[in-house]
Write a new protein. Structure first.
Ligand code: RAM
Length: 344
C-alpha cells in the first residue's frame, strides 16, 4: 500500500476512535449517551386520575435522570389502542416503554418487536406476560390486596350476605389477579354465609361503572356489599350509593384515590378502603426504565438499583417473570383521609 494512503487511513481511524471516546456510551438505538433519552409510558386510558398521577411520577423520575418523558393514553382501555401506540413509539425510536397493560397477552408481538429493536420494555401497575417485558413494577403483593378486600367487606356486612365485585375491564391483569385472590380467600369456611353473586365490569369508565353499579342493585335487591378494586369503579359506586340513599344498607370497599373518595369516607358510604401512592408507582417505573436503558439492570432477579428518593430496590423472581415491588397497601378511613385527600 502506498505510504500516503496508509497515513490517510490511520488518520481516519484515530479520529473515529477519538469521536467514539468522547461519547459516554451508546443506547441501543445508536444514540450517543449525551443525547436525551426518550422514555415513554402508556397508561390504560384517559380520564383516569390514578393513571394521571402515575404518569406524573414517571415524568418526575425521567426528568431527574436527565431524560424526556413521553406520556400516551388511549381513549378506550383496549389492547388494540395500546398496540397502535407501541408501534408509534417504535417508529419514534424511543429508548424505553413502560406500560400499564389492558391485556396480559395481546401486546406480546408489538412489545417483542420493540425489544428486538433495542427498546427496553417494562410493565407497571397492570402486567404483561413475562415474555413481553424485561421486568414488572408491582404496586403491592396481589395476594394481600385480594385477601384484605374480602376481609374488609366481611367485617362491614357482619359476616353474611350477598356481595358483588365491580371491576375495571375483563382483560385487566391487575384486577383479574386480585379477583383470583379474593375468590381464594372466599374459600375459607368462615365465609360460608357470604355469597359472591356477580363480577361486573365498568371498564374504568365512569359512566359504565355507574350503570354497572345500578345494574347490580337492580338484579340483586338483597346485595349487602360491593368490592371495587379500581379507583374509577369505587368512586362511581360511592356516588350511586349516595344518590340512592343506600348508605349503611349496601357496604362499599375497594381501592380508591383519597382525593376522589374523601367525601364518601367522611359520609360513611365507604367506611374504609385501600391504595398505594400512584405517584410513587410511576416514579419507581421511571427509575427502573432509566436503570434498564443505562445498563444498571437487565431485569434479572437479584439485580439492584437506586430509585431516587425511594432508595435501593431489588428485582425479585415471581412465577416465570421478575418484579420490582413498591410496598404495602395502605388503609384509608375517616381517621386519616383528611391528611391524604390533597396528596393524591
Ligand atoms: C384504576 C386502574 C389501575 C388500578 C387502580 C387501583 O385506576 O384500574 O390499574 O391499579 O384502579
Amino acid at each position: 500500500m502506498k505510504r500516503w494512503l496508509v497515513t490517510i487511513i490511520s488518520t481516519i481511524l484515530v479520529v473515529a476512535l477519538l469521536v467514539g471516546c468522547t461519547n459516554t456510551g451508546s443506547t441501543p438505538n445508536g444514540k450517543s449517551g449525551n443525547a436525551q433519552k426518550k422514555m415513554a409510558i402508556i397508561v390504560k386510558s384517559t380520564g383516569n386520575p390514578f393513571m394521571e398521577k402515575m404518569a406524573e411520577g414517571f415524568k418526575t423520575a425521567v426528568e431527574e435522570t436527565g431524560g424526556q418523558a413521553i406520556i400516551k393514553a388511549p381513549e378506550q382501555p383496549t389492547a388494540e389502542a395500546q398496540i397502535q401506540m407501541i408501534e408509534e413509539l417504535i417508529a419514534q425510536k424511543v429508548d424505553a416503554i413502560a406500560i400499564s397493560a389492558n391485556d396480559p397477552d395481546a401486546l406480546q408481538p408489538a412489545l417483542q418487536k420493540a425489544m428486538k429493536q433495542g427498546i427496553k420494555v417494562l410493565s407497571v401497575d397492570s402486567a404483561v406476560n413475562a415474555q413481553s417485558r424485561m421486568v414488572h413494577v408491582q404496586q403491592a403483593d396481589p395476594e394481600r390486596i385480594g385477601r384484605v378486600l374480602v376481609q374488609a367487606i366481611y367485617e362491614m356486612i357482619g359476616g353474611e350476605g350477598e356481595i358483588a365485585i365491580l371491576s375495571a375491564t375483563s382483560q385487566s391483569t391487575n384486577q383479574n389477579t386480585w379477583i383470583k385472590w379474593m375468590q381464594e380467600e372466599l374459600k375459607d369456611p368462615k365465609y360460608s354465609k357470604v355469597k359472591l353473586v356477580k363480577i361486573a365490569y365498568g371498564d374504568d369508565l365512569r359512566d359504565k361503572s355507574v350503570s354497572e353499579t345500578e345494574g347490580l342493585l337492580k338484579s340483586y335487591p338483597n346485595l349487602k356489599g360491593i368490592i371495587a378494586p379500581t379507583t374509577v369503579g369505587i368512586a362511581a359506586a360511592a356516588k350511586v350509593l349516595t344518590d340512592k340513599g343506600l348508605k349503611g344498607k349496601v357496604q362499599l370497599t375497594g381501592l380508591g384515590l383519597p382525593s376522589e373518595m374523601a367525601e364518601y369516607i367522611e359520609s360513611g358510604v365507604c367506611q374504609w378502603m385501600y391504595l398505594w401512592n400512584p405517584i410513587d408507582l410511576g416514579y419507581l417505573a421511571g427509575y427502573a426504565a432509566d436503570a434498564l436503558v443505562t445498563g444498571k439492570i437487565t431485569g434479572k432477579a437479584g439485580e439492584k438499583f437506586t430509585a431516587g428518593k425511594l432508595g435501593e430496590r431489588e428485582i425479585i423472581q415471581v412465577g416465570d417473570g421478575t418484579e420490582i415491588m413498591l410496598g404495602d397497601p395502605f388503609k384509608f378511613d375517616a381517621s386519616n383521609i383528611g391528611e391524604w385527600k390533597n396528596v393524591y
